[in-house]
Structure formats: structure tokens, C-alpha cells
Design a protein around this ligand. Structure first.
Ligand code: F6P
Length: 383
């Protein structure tokens, strides 16, 4: 029987759903019944701390155990219940132009005799996967990011659990907001794509939602708040994405230092919006920054299921020899697409169809708002 050794790693910001994916990579790869059908006997190694693990994972390194761990079904048995990543993660970029360590990664992949690598990550991690794939490494990607900004997939691990954090916290804020007749500005993550703010805001019933894809006018925000108060609103919940900005401004940055992929740490837009509303309307405002609460905690049911399916599908792709691909969830099906299709093409909110740019809120019509009917009998009765 053919023998294959898989390395699995998680890179970039953590989120819920990573551990279920790792667990099911291991369970699927080591499934004895499937081994017979596949004619492949797999071994699985966990690489610690994302790409950083592969930079240090020289088998001669006396600390090798800190970077590579053999995984089996007993070890991963309970992992799907837990948030974060049992393998650890990092934002290390082996192709960082200031310190290119990609050769070391390629050498260590050979030294460890890894026949394939499964990289679970967002656009940064998968951009490294794509480069390694071009360099001849057999690599499969699994999409994760609470920002849900990867193209070619309708789902990225962690998103649903993060949405649940948003609605839970907004539900809490509603009681205190109501008691004090206050406005709460809730800042979510989402640096380029506003999916978390938009869909979190829709799920939580926010009064105003501000997203990076549409630069807002603070005068308009104040006008909407004032109109709402006249119409009887006792309090308001406003959700703002960390990457949202007022017209004519740039993103609010908390820390100018860039990570190895060239990103600055965003933050501060919530405080700005709250201060501007207080100033413009005289109403009392408070800000809550949800920050990493959205990435923490146990995965919800959807992330456990999707982690499971993505993990199994990644092993299926290895069995089929289809490397250089990312597992996707598209139109309700688990599929795969070339890694080259996803790098540098963020999936953003389409303001024309997904957002109400007039009321700064979620979409108002789903099917286009027109009464169209193709079903003959019903069409006739409307006539
Ligand atoms: O990339 C996902 C993300 O959640 C962004 O929305 C956010 O800007 C970033 O992670 C923050 O990550 P960290 O604090 O871990 O660097």
C-alpha cells in the first residue's frame, strides 16, 4: 500500500472552527476502512504556529517537538469542542521581502518527508500556500476567517460563531441601552470586507450599519438617528466595521506598525462615530469594541459541521491528487477551486445588492422588489 505523510497547520488570526477542521483531517486520513479503498496509508503531523513552524522544523533541531507533533485519532478526539487552534498560529510570512525564509520552509518540507500540506487560513496564509504550490509543494487550502472575505467560497470557518457573538452582545447591550435611552456604537472586526458588521447587524436588528465598502456621511448618520428618535426610538444600536470610514477619510489605525503581510492594526472608528453623534445630536453615546471576543469561544454547530466537511474534503483532494486547490462551499455544495483564483481578490459586500446605502442598513429587497411571476396560473390570477 502507498504511504503518504500529511502536515497540517493553521495560520493567521485564530477563530472558531479550526480545531474541528484539524480533527477531521486526522480522522479522515487515518480512517482504516478508507485506507483500504484508497490504497493509501496516511500519517498526519501537526505543524505548530503556522508557517513559523515550518521555518523551524528542521529534524536536526533539538526543539523539533515544539514545531511538529504526530497526530492520531485519540489525540484529536475532543478537539472539535474547543475554540482557537490546538496547533497554535502566527502571522509569519516566509516570503516577507525583508526576511525571506521560503528556502528554509521548502528544505524543511523535504527533510520532514511531507508528501502534502493542508494549510488552514485566510488570504495571507493561503497566499503563502499558493507560492509554495508554484514551487512544487503539494498543498491544499481550507478557508477560515471571521471576515468572510475570501472569494470562490460562500463560507469561511469562524464566521458563524463570530456572528453569534455579535448578536449575543448586542442583546445584552439592548437592555442597558434601553434603560438609559442611550446609543451604543458597536465596533466589529472586518478590515476590508463588511460582512461581519452587515450580517451581524442584520441578525441583531441594528438601526445603522457602517461598512468599509461604503464611506458614510456623519451628517447622514446624525440625521437618521434624529429621525429615529422622532419616530419613537428610545435607544439605538449602531454597528460599525473596524475598516469603515467617513467620506474623504482613511481607515482608523490603532497601531502604525505593520505585520509581516503589511497590515496595520485597525481600530478607533467606533469611538469616532460615538463622539460625532454626541456632538451632532446631543444624545448620549457609548462605544463597545467587540474585538477578539468575536474570534474566541467554542465553535457553534455550523462551524463544527463546516470544519468537519472542509477537513474531510481536503483529504479527499489529496487522495485525488488535486493539489494547489482550496476547499470551497459554493451554492450549498463543498467543492474546490485553484489557490491562484483566491489570492489578492477579496470578496467584498456588493453595495448595490447587499446594502441599503440610503438608510445605512441591510438590504431592503431580496428578490428585486418587483412583482414578477413566471408561473402561468398565478400570473393569470394577478391579471
Ligand atoms: O484577519 C481577520 C481579523 O479578524 C481582522 O478583521 C482584524 O483586523 C485582524 O484579524 C486582527 O487580528 P490580530 O489582532 O490577531 O492581529
Amino acid at each position: 500500500m502507498k504511504r503518504m505523510r500529511i502536515g497540517v497547520l493553521t495560520g493567521g488570526g485564530d477563530c472558531a472552527g479550526l480545531n474541528p477542521a484539524i480533527k477531521w483531517v486526522v480522522k479522515s486520513a487515518l480512517d482504516e476502512r478508507l485506507a483500504g479503498e484508497r490504497g493509501i496509508q496516511f500519517e498526519v503531523f501537526g505543524i505548530r504556529d503556522g508557517w513559523s513552524g515550518l521555518i523551524h522544523a528542521d529534524p536536526q533541531n533539538p526543539d523539533i517537538k515544539g514545531y511538529v507533533v504526530p497526530l492520531d485519532q485519540d489525540i484529536v478526539r475532543t478537539w472539535d469542542r474547543y475554540g482557537g487552534t490546538m496547533l497554535g498560529t502566527s502571522r509569519t510570512n516566509p516570503y516577507n521581502p525583508k526576511n525571506d525564509q521560503s528556502k528554509l520552509v521548502l528544505e524543511n518540507i523535504k527533510r520532514l518527508a511531507l508528501d502534502a500540506i493542508i494549510a488552514i487560513g485566510g488570504d495571507d496564509t493561503l497566499s503563502v500556500a499558493q507560492k509554495l504550490s508554484e514551487a512544487g509543494v503539494n498543498i491544499i487550502g481550507i478557508p477560515k476567517t471571521i471576515d468572510k472575505d475570501l472569494p470562490e467560497t460562500d463560507y469561511t470557518l469562524g464566521f458563524e460563531t463570530a456572528l453569534n457573538v455579535i448578536i449575543e452582545e448586542v442583546d445584552r447591550l439592548r437592555t442597558t441601552a434601553g434603560s438609559h435611552k442611550r446609543i451604543f456604537v458597536v465596533e466589529t472586526m472586518g478590515r476590508e470586507a463588511g460582512w461581519l458588521a452587515l450580517e451581524g447587524g442584520e441578525a441583531a436588528g441594528a438601526f445603522i450599519i457602517l461598512i468599509p465598502e461604503f464611506d458614510f456621511s456623519i451628517e447622514k448618520v446624525n440625521q437618521l438617528v434624529t429621525e429615529g428618535r422622532r419616530a419613537g426610538n428610545r435607544y439605538d444600536i449602531i454597528i460599525v466595521s473596524e475598516g469603515a470610514k467617513p467620506q474623504g477619510a482613511v481607515e482608523f489605525v490603532k497601531d502604525e506598525t505593520m505585520d509581516s503581510f503589511g497590515h496595520k492594526c485597525l481600530g478607533g472608528i467606533g469611538e469616532f462615530v460615538a463622539a460625532e453623534i454626541e456632538h451632532g445630536t446631543g444624545l448620549e453615546c457609548r462605544t463597545v469594541v467587540l474585538s477578539h471576543l468575536q474570534r474566541g469561544g467554542a465553535p457553534g454547530a455550523f462551524d463544527r459541521r463546516m470544519g468537519r466537511y472542509f477537513g474531510i474534503a481536503a483529504v479527499d483532494l489529496i487522495v485525488a491528487g488535486q493539489f494547489g486547490r482550496m476547499v470551497c462551499f459554493k451554492h450549498g455544495n463543498i467543492t474546490a477551486c485553484p489557490l491562484s483564483e483566491i489570492v489578492g481578490k477579496p470578496h467584498l459586500v456588493d453595495v448595490r445588492t447587499d446594502y441599503d446605502a440610503d438608510r445605512y442598513n441591510g438590504r431592503r429587497t431580496i428578490l428585486g422588489g418587483k412583482l414578477e411571476c413566471t408561473e402561468p396560473t398565478l400570473a393569470k390570477s394577478i391579471d
